[in-house]
Structures are given as structure tokens and as C-alpha cells.
Design a protein around this ligand. Structure first.
Ligand code: ZN
Ligand code: ZN
Length: 597
């Protein structure tokens, strides 16, 4: 994620910008006649303007006229070729990425992206709303919509009380964002020009620089398989685990050169490796990350059928995960990449496909209203659980505060309604160690839920490899099933990669911190986490400790002033509009839209 002062350049964010570019690039000029000259002039113009171009310079009427023309033009296949050509050219000239990356990514994206453009109801009113402003129409992807809640009144709220001393606890292993790079190469260039380095094609490091390390590297690099396998050997020995949550992002960040075949191979290899090391008696509950698909972030909702649908992915997931999930769960997984399952009597899991909330998923241009009816389905599950007196944990990849505004608003509303049923929310995707608070909608002051965001297994970018362990109120009658504590383990790369005589000995994964000890908390209930934020505001030492742990003990930059206020603001934001206020507050309106995770 790109945040003010947290400074990482983003790659998939390019596509959000690109969406806008392509709309304008392609459609600002007629697609017949003096094509080459027009393309060139436009790109040069854009070069000059850089990102300072204001869409608002275009009038509403002109915008609609352009889009009406384009609508017709895109019906022709030869125009599709031109679109791809112009996009590739613009990518190079605007220095959006390295030329090779631009060419490959254009190839990869053109079919899906242009198809989504063609199918979207974007033209011309909605597109102009997006480009010119809301007075010119409305854009579906940002249009508000509402789920409907059952008429059943919300049960009275009981305050959270810590379990009696000695009560059983469940110990849950949490893995997220593994990002295995099959082409990771020790000794290769760490600081290459592509979005992902430390690979065979990154070039060799010169004598002046140390190249990619044996176990991983601080830089724009993902992990070699040996590190993933070493992690799994380590956690296999540090059990027993009651169960495992695994929230996605298996492949590496080489998003410009991925194929379906490779993605499925990576899914299969890692799934089988987890199964091999943890054994058949530990159940793993996975969820779908934004990197599982190719093109990255491309998750067509179920209204897309045939070869462009996500069947290729969900069918393989259902096959590979069949030993962990019951048939009913596999059924919804095949349809939409989400499922529910009873973990133990009194505790249910819901695994959400958060790609249906993501602004980077361009299929949502076609229709962003509760894709796959997932939230309506969630309400149905939660109501059934409430009726049975069952508690529910929710896992997913992208944290809800980063979702499209309306999705995020509805989700927040659901968490409010079912606050006594949802007793844990667990996400990943940002690669850093943080959390997002949920408050009561009326006053936005009473903390009622926490979305825990665990740090990544991968180093991307500049981090130590790591994993999380949650301690949850255990399996006994009347258990709250709330999160009581968590631990974060890391592989200190500086130590692990120190010159050894070959072969490298197995490195040690060490406890970075235990939340209760680091912050002096007895439980991690919503009120505790809200209290922690207040302490961070007043005590900079606590905030600086949080900042160090946020990066899994490998901090690149200090965080003071705006960085600090933004981050504290972010922790309050389980809902996108609240999060946007942090942005507006600090004058960096688009920073949260860019995501590299
Ligand atoms: Zn992700
Ligand atoms: Zn990731």
C-alpha cells in the first residue's frame, strides 16, 4: 500500500491510473484516419503535463461526445488492436514501467481489460462522471447501493469480559502473502528497474553490491521456495495448531509475465507443501488473494461465463483444498471464491472473496453492486448463526477499509448489526502489521470490532519474512471466541544471510513480539485496541514501537508528524470513507487507492 510518508512505489496502482489514462488516451481522438499522429500528439501532450493533468478541464458535453464515439469504435476488433498499441506506447512514454514490462503487460491485459471496458455500462455518462465530476453523471463502480438486513431486531449488547483464568484457548496459525518467486536467484540484482527483482532476469549484482541473499532480500523481492519450506518446517515443529487461517497471495509480484498455468502450479505446489508439513490432522482455511488470478486483480463476478470467468482458478482451488473443506463449502468456492464452514461447535468461519470489493478489479466497472451477492449471503449466514447462538470469524485478503466505498459501507453496517456474533476479523494484503477499528455507526465512538491485519510471509518490500499466531478464547460452552493475544515471528534476514560455509544452516525464526507484552494489554478486545491508539497518540515511545513492529522489525524510514497522524487515522478506519478523510486531512487524496500488495 502506498501511504503518505510510507513511500513505496506501487505497481498495480499503475492500473488504476491506467484505467483513467486508457479511457482518455483511447478516446480523446477519433479512431479512424490520421491515427498515428493523433496517438503521438496525445502522448507527447501527456508527457508534458505529467500527472498534473486535470480531467476537469474537459467539459461535460465534450466528454460525453467522445465516449459515445468510442462506444461504437470499440465494437471493432481492429480498433482493439489500436487500443492495445496506444496503451503500450503510453506506458513506455509516460515511464509507467520498464519498456519490457510495458510490452508484456499490455499483451497480458488487453483481452480482459478491453472486454471489461466493452461490457461496462460506463459509456458515456458514467465515464464522464468519473472524469469530469458527479454533476456529469454517476459512475457505477462508485455508485452507492444497499444490502437488506432482516427485520429481526439487534440483540442487546453484552460487554466483553475476559475469560476466567485457566480457560482453554485456541492457538491459530495465520499465514498470509507468501508470494513465492519460482525465479528467485541468489546473487542477482536487488535494485533492478522492474517491479520485482532478485530474479534470473534482473541481472547479476556487481562487485560493489551484494546480490540477492540465500534466504531472501530486503528490497523489491519475493521469496525463494526454500524459505517458504523452511517456514513450514518451523511451524510444523512449533504446533500443535488448533487450525490455520491462510489469506492468500501465493504467486510472486511478476504481474507482467504470469500465465494461468503458472498461477495454478504455484497454488498447487504451495497447497501441497502446507499439507505435507502440517499433516492431514490440521485443517487449513484459505481465502483468495488478489494475486491468485492473472491478470492480477482480475476477478470477474459470476455474471461472466466461459473462458474469461474465474472457473479455471476456483475449480483448481476446490480440487486442491478438498481435504480441508466440506463439499458445501467447495460448492460456493467454485461459484464465487467464498465459503462458510463450522470450525467447531459454536464457531463458524466465513472466508470472503475480497476481490469483489477491490477498486483494482476492473470487472467491477461492469457492475459493482454486491458482486456475486456475497454480502447478502454473509447476512444470511450471520443471521443463522445469531439464531443458533454461534460465533463467527471472518477471514479475507484485502482489509475492508481499503474496499470500494459502498462495499465498505455495507460491510461496516453488517459488522455493526452483528457485533455480538462476529468475534474475529482477520486479513492480510498490506504486508505490514496493523489493524482497522470498527465503531458504532451512530456516534463513531464506541469500539465494537477489530479487523486484525497480519504481516506477510514475503519480504516485499524491504521487510523480514514473518508469520502470525492468534490466541483465541477456546472451545468450551459460553466461550466468547474473541482474540485474546497474538504473536509475530520473523526470520531476521541480516542474521540468516550472514556468510556461512556452505551449505547454509537452517535459520531460526524468532518471536518478534507478543502483543499483550509489547503494549501492556490483558486482552485484544475492541476497547483494548482503541485504548492502544489513544496511548500511541500521547506516548511517542509506544507509537515508535508500533512503527518498528509494523515493519516486522526492519524499518526503512522514521515516522513522525504527518506520517504518524495519517497512520493513527488509518487505524481508526474500518470503513473507506473514514479512511479517505485521513487522506484529505493530509492532502494526499489518492494515496490509498494505490496498492501493490
Ligand atoms: Zn494482496
Ligand atoms: Zn500480497
Amino acid at each position: 500500500m502506498k501511504r503518505p510518508g510510507f513511500g513505496l512505489s506501487t505497481f498495480s496502482g499503475v492500473f488504476v491510473v491506467w484505467t483513467l489514462f486508457s479511457v482518455l488516451i483511447v478516446f480523446s481522438y477519433p479512431l479512424e484516419g490520421d491515427q498515428e499522429a493523433h496517438e503521438l500528439r496525445f502522448v507527447e501532450e501527456f508527457d508534458r503535463l505529467k500527472l498534473g493533468f486535470s480531467w476537469h478541464n474537459m467539459s461535460c458535453a465534450v466528454c460525453k461526445a467522445i465516449f459515445a464515439t468510442v462506444d461504437i469504435a470499440l465494437l471493432s476488433d481492429s480498433n482493439k488492436e489500436r487500443v492495445a498499441h496506444v496503451l503500450g506506447d503510453a506506458c513506455v512514454r509516460l515511464h509507467l514501467a520498464d519498456p519490457d514490462v510495458c510490452r508484456e503487460i499490455t499483451e497480458l491485459f488487453r483481452e480482459d481489460f478491453i472486454r471489461a471496458l466493452q461490457e461496462s455500462f460506463l459509456w458515456p455518462t458514467e465515464a464522464c462522471a468519473l472524469l469530469v465530476g458527479p454533476a456529469c453523471g454517476h459512475f457505477d463502480i462508485y455508485a452507492p447501493w444497499n444490502v437488506s438486513l432482516p427485520q429481526v431486531p439487534k440483540p442487546p449488547i453484552k460487554p466483553h469480559t475476559p475469560p476466567k483464568p485457566g480457560s482453554p484457548q485456541s492457538r491459530i496459525l495465520f499465514l498470509t502473502d507468501i508470494h513465492w518467486d519460482a525465479e528467485y536467484a541468489q546473487g542477482s540484482l536487488v535494485d533492478c528497474k522492474k517491479p520485482l527483482c532478485c530474479r534470473n532476469d534482473s541481472g547479476r549484482a556487481s562487485w560493489k553490491h551484494s546480490g540477492a541473499g540465500y534466504w531472501g532480500t530486503y528490497g523489491k523481492c519475493d521469496l525463494p521456495l526454500r524459505t517458504v519450506e523452511n517456514l513450514l518446517q518451523t511451524v510444523a515443529k512449533s504446533g500443535p495448531w488448533d487450525w490455520v487461517y491462510w489469506t492468500g497471495d501465493i504467486p510472486a509480484h511478476n504481474v507482467w509475465s504470469q500465465s494461468r498455468k503458472q498461477q495454478l502450479n504455484e497454488l498447487t505446489v504451495i497447497t501441497r507443501l502446507i499439507l505435507k508439513h502440517l499433516g492431514p490432522n490440521v485443517t487449513v482455511y484459505p481465502s483468495v488473494g488478489n494475486h491468485e488470478s492473472t491478470p492480477v486483480n482480475s476477478f470477474p463476478p459470476p455474471f461472466v461465463h466461459g473462458n474469461r470467468s474465474s472457473r479455471w482458478l476456483y475449480d483448481t482451488m476446490a480440487k486442491e483444498w478438498a481435504s480441508w473443506l466440506p463439499e458445501e463449502a467447495l460448492e460456493t468456492l467454485r461459484l464465487g471464491g467464498f465459503y462458510t464452514v463450522e470450525i467447531q461447535r459454536g464457531l463458524r468461519l466465513v472466508s470472503l472473496n475480497m476481490n469483489f470489493c477491490a477498486r483494482e478489479n476492473y470487472w467491477l466497472m461492469v457492475n459493482s453492486t454486491d458482486p456475486a451477492d456475497q454480502l447478502q449471503w454473509l447476512i444470511h449466514i450471520l443471521q443463522e448463526s445469531e439464531n443458533k447462538g454461534e460465533k463467527v470469524h471472518i477471514i479475507g485478503h484485502i482489509p475492508p477499509g481499503l474496499c470500494l466505498s459502498s462495499w465498505s459501507w455495507n460491510y461496516y453496517h453488517i459488522v455493526n448489526r452483528y457485533e455480538s456474533t462476529i468475534t474475529g476479523q482477520f486479513f492480510g494484503h498490506t504486508h505490514v502489521d496493523e489493524f482497522q477499528m470498527f465503531y458504532d455507526e451512530e456516534t463513531m465512538t464506541r469500539p465494537l470490532s477489530v479487523a486484525f491485519i497480519a504481516p506477510s510471509v514475503t519480504t516485499y518490500v524491504n521487510l523480514n519474512p514473518g508469520y502470525r499466531v492468534y490466541y483465541v478464547d477456546g472451545n468450551y460452552p459460553g466461550s466468547s471466541r474473541m482474540v485474546l493475544d497474538h504473536e509475530t515471528f520473523i526470520l531476521n534476514l541480516t542474521l540468516a544471510n550472514k556468510r556461512h560455509s556452505k551449505p547454509y544452516p537452517s535459520p531460526s525464526w524468532t518471536l518478534l513480539y507478543r502483543a499483550s507484552e509489547a503494549y501492556g494489554l490483558s486482552t485484544l478486545f475492541p476497547a483494548d485496541m482503541d485504548g492502544l491508539i489513544k496511548i500511541m497518540v500521547n506516548d511517542d515511545r509506544v507509537f515508535q514501537r508500533f512503527w518498528y513492529l509494523f515493519h516486522k522489525g526492519h524499518v526503512s524510514k522514521p515516522c513522525t508528524d504527518t506520517c504518524k497522524t495519517s497512520l493513527i487515522c488509518l487505524l481508526h478506519s474500518g470503513r473507506y470513507d473514514v479512511l479517505m478523510q485521513c487522506d484529505v486531512l493530509h492532502g494526499d487524496k489518492h494515496s490509498f487507492r494505490k496498492t501493490m500488495c
